[in-house]
Design a protein around this ligand. Structure first.
Ligand code: GTP
Ligand code: MG
Ligand code: ZN
Length: 293
């Protein structure tokens, strides 16, 4: 039978078989372990249910993956939507930039969503949105509490498999519940004291929304290391630098200390966001340090 892995917990994989609209609890065939292939949420598989207890099966075949992400570890996604709360928890834009770089490196188109717009001033929100729109990203702004921006989100996810990612407590599971109330995902309060999420979602899970439309819920992350990237390449991931780069005095300018740098000039004129540039310098330094070991 053909199906799709919608969840994996402690060596068990839950495979949805659309033909019957049922879910089988499966183990993977030993051969995958020997070949060091780990089944992933999102995998299209074939399962064998002969001689198995009712509702159980064995994953016999994992079909070729369209793509495979490392963090979160999922397969066959069409795009990502990264969610940050506009407040509570305050958005960590350095973490957002790290995520955007990682996705771009993996060639996965990413939509940026700022949730909890109900608790911040319009001006603050506009600044966040402008910053990322200016870098070429599709940006939406929502309140899952007041169900605002939902139609816009739906338009963007329709007909696709979208992985939802972001820190804990930003409203990833809440978004799924608003779009598909039947999903009934568990959500958790943000801690009063430290204003951080409580890591309510523990496992990635694929949720069927409607024909051809899936959302993948994932556990919140609190840090991301950029690796497998040369420091000289980093600038290419800051697309807003592109239009100035040709004007830099030196070919291969990394826009840090070089004289006659057009990117730094644009920064001075506030044509490039200060926070984005700062994140660039932080990440550049980090990549430089990594190389020493
Ligand atoms: N004010 C406000 N609160 C929201 C909004 N969306 C979600 N919340 C609340 O934020 C808290 C965290 O929401 P979750 O959906 O559990 O967050 P999550 O991103 O799934 O978090 P993890 O599973 O821990 O990664 C819950 O108390 C939600 O009710 C919103 O738009 N506005
Ligand atoms: Mg969650
Ligand atoms: Zn430069």
């Amino acid at each position: 039978m053909k199906g799709k892995i919608i969840k994996g917990i402690a060596g068990f994989y839950y495979v949805h078989v659309p033909e019957e609209n049922t879910v089988y609890e499966c183990k993977a065939k030993g051969i995958f372990r020997n070949q060091k292939v780990k089944p992933l949420v999102g995998d299209d598989v074939e399962i064998d249910t002969n001689d198995q207890p009712e509702g159980s099966g064995i994953i016999a075949v994992i079909r070729d993956r369209k793509n495979e992400l490392v963090r979160p570890a999922v397969a066959n996604v069409d795009q990502a939507m990264v969610i940050f709360a506009a407040a509570e928890p305050d958005p960590n834009l350095n973490l957002l930039d790290r995520f955007l770089i990682m996705m771009q490196k993996q060639k996965v188109n990413t939509i940026v969503c700022f949730n909890k717009k109900d608790i911040v001033a319009g001006k603050e929100l506009a600044l966040l949105m402008d910053t990322y729109r200016h870098c070429g990203y599709e940006v939406v702004c929502t309140s899952m509490l007041q169900k605002e921006g939902v139609a816009e989100v739906f338009e963007l996810i329709k007909g696709k498999t979208t992985v939802l990612a972001g820190p804990s407590g930003v409203g990833k599971s809440s978004l799924i519940n608003v779009i598909q109330p039947k999903a009934n995902m568990e959500t958790g309060n943000v801690s009063e004291k430290i204003k951080r999420g409580k890591h309510t979602t523990r496992h990635s899970e694929l949720i069927f929304i409607e024909n051809e439309t899936y959302l993948m819920d994932t556990p919140g992350f609190s840090s991301l290391y950029i690796n497998e990237l040369e420091k000289e390449e980093l600038k290419d991931y800051f697309i807003e630098f592109k239009e100035y780069e040709n004007e830099c005095r030196f070919i291969g300018c990394v826009h840090l200390n070089e004289p006659g740098c057009a990117v730094k000039e644009a920064l001075k004129e506030e044509k490039i966001s200060k926070i984005r540039y700062e994140n660039y310098t932080v990440l550049y330094r980090e990549l430089k340090e990594q190389k020493r070991y």
